[in-house]
Design a protein around this ligand. Structure first.
Ligand SMILES: [Zn+2]
Length: 383
C-alpha cells in the first residue's frame, strides 16, 4: 500500500456541480482579491490535496505554531507557512470580515473562493528568521516575504480553476499518482525532487534508491524560475531521454508539479517530503543542501532536521552526492570509495550548463549523450 496522505485524508476542494453554479451567479457581487501567480499556484495546490491536510490558507493559530515549532496547532508536522497576504488598504476598502466569501483572481480570472476565517497581521522579520534562518534581504525567500502585503487572510478555499498551465499534460495530481501506483502494484515509491536536467550523479542517487523500492517518482518542480535555469520543457525532454534509454521499463513515473520554491533549506526539505507523501510516495530522496541557496544553510542541515520528525510518515533517504572516481572506474560516493581527491571528478552544474549552452556534449561520465542531445537540440534551453 502506498503511503497514507499527511493527516490521514487527501483533500479535494474543487467547486463543481450545483455549488459551482451558485457561485457563478454570485461572482460579480463578491469582494475580489487579485493575487500573483505564486498565490494562485498555492490555491490550486491546496485544493488538489498537494498540501493535505490543509484545506486553505493558514489561520493565525496554525501559522504561529508552524513558525515557532514546525507543527500545525494539532501537532502534525508542517514546516512552511502557506499564507495569503493582502494590503491593509484592500482590507479596509472592502470591509471584509470573518465569514465573508472572497473571490481570488489571477489576471482577472476567478481562481478560487476563499471563506474568510481569520484576518491577522504578521511580523515579516520574525517570519524570515524562523523560516529562512536569516533576515538578510539578499536571500530570495526573504526578499519575496518583505514584498508581500501586511495582512494575512486565513480560511478554507474551493478551487474554481487553476491558473493557466502550459505543462498540464505532464501534470499528475495526488489522486492520480495514487491510482497509478496502485495499478502498477507498487508498495514502495521513492520520490525525487528536482529543478534540473539529470546528470550521472542524479541517476546514481535515483538508482541507489530504486534498488530498495518498487518504483520511482521523478517529480520536477515547475513554474518558478530564475534567469539561467533550464526551461521546464527541457527538463522534461532530458528526463524522457534518460528514462527511455537507461531505466527498466515501467519503474519510473515522470510528472511535473507546479509548486512555489522558497529556498528555505532544511524546512523546505521536510515540506518537500510531506508533499510527496500526499502523492503516495513512501520514501523521499533528500539532497545535500536540499532547497538551499548561497551559503545560508550547512550542507547536511537538510538531513539533520529529519531527526525532529520521527512521526513524519515518509522515510527520508539520505544518499550521498555521487562523483566519478578514476580508480573505481565509475560513479561512487564518499561512503563506498576509499580513493583520494586526486581521483575524484565532481560534476559541476555550472560547467555542464556552460558546455550545453555552447551546444557541446559533456563527457559521458558526466551526462548521458541522449540526455545531452535532448537539451542541445532545444532552440533555447535556458530562461
Ligand atoms: Zn574510488
Amino acid at each position: 500500500m502506498v503511503s497514507r496522505p499527511h493527516g490521514g485524508r487527501l483533500v479535494r476542494r474543487v467547486l463543481s456541480g450545483r455549488r459551482r453554479e451558485i457561485f457563478e451567479s454570485q461572482y460579480r457581487e463578491m469582494p475580489r482579491l487579485e493575487v500573483p501567480l505564486e498565490r494562485a499556484i498555492d490555491a490550486e495546490d491546496l485544493a488538489r490535496g498537494v498540501f493535505s491536510p490543509l484545506e486553505g490558507f493558514m489561520v493565525e493559530d496554525d501559522y504561529l505554531s508552524v513558525l515557532s515549532r514546525m507543527r500545525l496547532s494539532n501537532d502534525l508536522p508542517w514546516t512552511i507557512p502557506i499564507v495569503l497576504d493582502a494590503n491593509r488598504e484592500w482590507v479596509l476598502n472592502e470591509g471584509v470580515s470573518a465569514g465573508d466569501d472572497i473571490i481570488l483572481t489571477y489576471h482577472g480570472l476567478p481562481i478560487a473562493v476563499l471563506t474568510l476565517e481569520d484576518i491577522y497581521s504578521w511580523d515579516k522579520g520574525l517570519h524570515a528568521e524562523k523560516v529562512f534562518k536569516t533576515r538578510d534581504p539578499n536571500h530570495p525567500g526573504v526578499e519575496a516575504t518583505y514584498k508581500r502585503g501586511d495582512i494575512l487572510l486565513g480560511g478554507r478555499l474551493e478551487l474554481i480553476q487553476g491558473p493557466p498551465n502550459p505543462l498540464e499534460r505532464y501534470t499528475l495530481w495526488p489522486v492520480e499518482t495514487r491510482v497509478l501506483f496502485k495499478e502498477k502494484g507498487w508498495r514502495t515509491v521513492a520520490a525525487f525532487q528536482t529543478r534540473n536536467v539529470p546528470h550521472l550523479g542524479h541517476e546514481y542517487v535515483q538508482k541507489a534508491a530504486l534498488t530498495f523500492v518498487d518504483g520511482l517518482l521523478v517529480h520536477p518542480l515547475a513554474g518558478w524560475k530564475k534567469r539561467g535555469d533550464y526551461r521546464d520543457e527541457v527538463i522534461i525532454r532530458a528526463y524522457e531521454a534518460l528514462i527511455t534509454h537507461y531505466y527498466p521499463r515501467g519503474v519510473v513515473v515522470l510528472s511535473v508539479l507546479r509548486m512555489n520554491m522558497n529556498y528555505a533549506g532544511p524546512r523546505e526539505a521536510v515540506h518537500h517530503a510531506i508533499v510527496r507523501k500526499n502523492f503516495g510516495a513512501t520514501h523521499f530522496i533528500v539532497g545535500r543542501d536540499h532547497a538551499g541557496v548561497g551559503s545560508y544553510y550547512g550542507p547536511y542541515e537538510a538531513w539533520e532536521i529529519f531527526r525532529e520528525f520521527p512521526d513524519l510518515g515518509i522515510t527520508p533517504l539520505f544518499v550521498r552526492e555521487a562523483y566519478y572516481c578514476r580508480r573505481c572506474g565509475g560513479m561512487v560516493n564518499e561512503k563506498v570509495c576509499p580513493h583520494g581527491d586526486e581521483y575524484r571528478v565532481r560534476i559541476s552544474g555550472t560547467r555542464l550548463r556552460e558546455m550545453l549552452g555552447r551546444g557541446e556534449r559533456p563527457p559521458e561520465y558526466m551526462m548521458r549523450p541522449e540526455v545531452a542531445d535532448a537539451i542541445i537540440s532545444h532552440p533555447d534551453p535556458f530562461i
